[in-house]
Design a protein around this ligand. Structure first.
Ligand code: EPU
Length: 431
């Protein structure tokens, strides 16, 4: 287990390339199960979550080859319809195997994912979706046992939950419906760019999906799917994280391989807070610089195109050193505020109450040993450490390795003083 040592106070400068999207890659890799022909997927980030997914696929019987960002997967006959708890417990997103396993094998056994530090994370909407297509679902021994011996049948399904639409639930329903008999209409579908990327991938495989990116997605079932090649979209959350770094502590940072359209909410927020954000190169590059008079802000997370929950922790780090009072409310994951107590140990003034953080900007943060609690919380701690005075040690770095490709190398390339070292105390910390 590693920790990251960050010497704060060095201004970042220069440029870097944003990786392919982790959250688009995961369901796309899972969707490879829908055909027995080979698929080739490029710009899959080399992060532990995509590695877990590839491990699960090969344990299910797929042949997986990976070289420099491109993955070739072939799921010939003999794919197992059952994944073990050991295989899937490391990654909650393994729930997105449900749709493709059920569609391909007409049955599947998948361990129920537990909650996680950002909240309860139920899967009732995933279950409701496949039941609507005619599958029978039983829960036994912590596993979901799902079967549809006569195949799935298209229908209209409303995917809205109490906290809005579900991203992976929409993905699962789309993947289950592509090989169903008849037409499936997904109402209240998630509109995230990652859902659109999955739909584009499935259509390249021969699926007939219309409307991805809107509230209603229509899937006309087909007999079978074939192999294809696909390039994953840029990671908008990695891009957003580095944009916040550019606004917090830089002489100007250029990020390449981004998609302007996917970054609208983050861009608007940084502009409102007085920072400079300029896109060029047809919206595929962005320059970010701290504003001379930064202002506090107000965020309420919302499904796309609203402000992403996956970016609120990073913005909280920025607000911690922005004059005035900022308010961050997470209506998607109201418990996602673990980073705040660690930021407070670095001198931030934050009060968290009922899914809302009220942040009173301070003049500066000071280094402290801190503990990463989840992926985006760790990103917030790294941002805070870059801006803090002194040397911060961030423990439990494995959280950040789940979703940020070569974070330390990228930071070093833009002038940060960071070092990854083995965490000899980690054993006792974990205990
Ligand atoms: N929900 C339900 N029932 C369900 C499913 C979800 O009530 O069956 C609720 C959730 O509890 C939450 C809301 O619906 O309140 C939205 O959750 P969603 O299902 O959209 O989350 P997800 O699909 O499991 C993906 C991302 C998350 C991101 C969320 C929200 C992947 C692999 N994960 O999760 O990303 O926060 O959408 O945008 O795509 C991250 O990358 O750090 C991360 C956590």
């Amino acid at each position: 287990m590693d920790k990251l040592i960050v010497e704060g106070g060095y201004k970042l400068k220069g440029s870097l390339n944003i990786s392919g999207s982790k959250n688009a890659s995961l369901p796309i890799l899972a969707a490879s199960l829908l055909t027995d022909e080979p698929v080739r997927i490029s710009r899959v980030p080399d992060v532990s979550d995509t590695n877990y997914m590839l491990q699960i696929l090969s344990q299910l019987g797929a042949s997986v080859e990976r070289s420099s960002g491109t993955v070739r997967i072939e799921n010939a006959d003999g794919i197992s319809s059952s994944a073990s708890y050991e295989q899937v417990r490391k990654m909650r997103a393994s729930i997105c195997l449900l749709g493709p396993m059920l569609a391909r094998m007409k049955r599947c056994t998948l361990p129920l994912p537990g909650g996680c530090v950002i909240g309860d994370r139920p899967v009732d909407l995933h279950v409701r979706a496949v039941q609507a297509l005619g599958a029978r679902v039983r829960v036994k021994g912590g596993n979901l046992h799902i079967e549809a011996p006569n195949g799935l049948v298209g229908t209209t399904v409303d995917m809205r939950g109490d906290n809005g639409p579900t991203v992976l639930g929409t993905d699962n329903l789309m993947m289950a419906a592509v090989l169903a008999r008849g037409t499936t209409v997904i109402e209240s579908a998630a509109r995230e760019p990652e859902v659109v990327d999955l739909a584009n991938f499935l259509n390249k495989m021969g699926a007939r999906i219309e409307g991805a990116g809107s509230r209603t997605i229509t899937v006309h079932g087909v007999e079978s799917l074939h192999g294809c090649e696909h390039t994953v979209i840029p990671d908008r959350i990695e891009a957003g994280t580095f944009m916040v770094a550019g606004a917090m502590i830089s002489e100007g940072l250029t990020l390449n391989r981004v998609c302007r359209e996917h970054l609208k909410a983050i861009t608007e927020m940084l502009l409102e807070c007085g920072h400079k954000v300029e896109f060029f190169n047809d919206g595929e590059s962005v320059f970010v610089q701290p504003g001379a008079n930064p202002r506090s802000g107000k965020i309420n997370t919302a499904p796309y195109p609203g402000f992403p929950t996956d970016m609120q922790a990073q913005m909280t780090a920025l607000f911690a050193i922005t004059p005035g009072i900022s308010v961050v409310r997470d209506s998607i994951f109201p418990q996602r505020f673990m980073h705040c107590s660690e930021l407070k140990r670095m001198g931030a003034n934050i009060r968290v109450d009922s899914g809302t953080a009220v942040i009173t900007g301070v003049d500066g943060l000071s280094a402290a040993p801190v503990m990463a609690s989840d992926l985006r919380a760790s990103a917030a701690l790294v941002l805070a450490a870059l801006a803090a005075e002194g040397t911060t040690e961030i423990h439990r770095l494995y959280h950040i390795d789940r979703g940020y490709e070569m974070l330390d190398e990228k930071l070093l390339s833009i002038g940060a003083h960071v070092k990854r070292v083995p965490d000899v105390e980690a054993g006792s910390v974990e205990a």
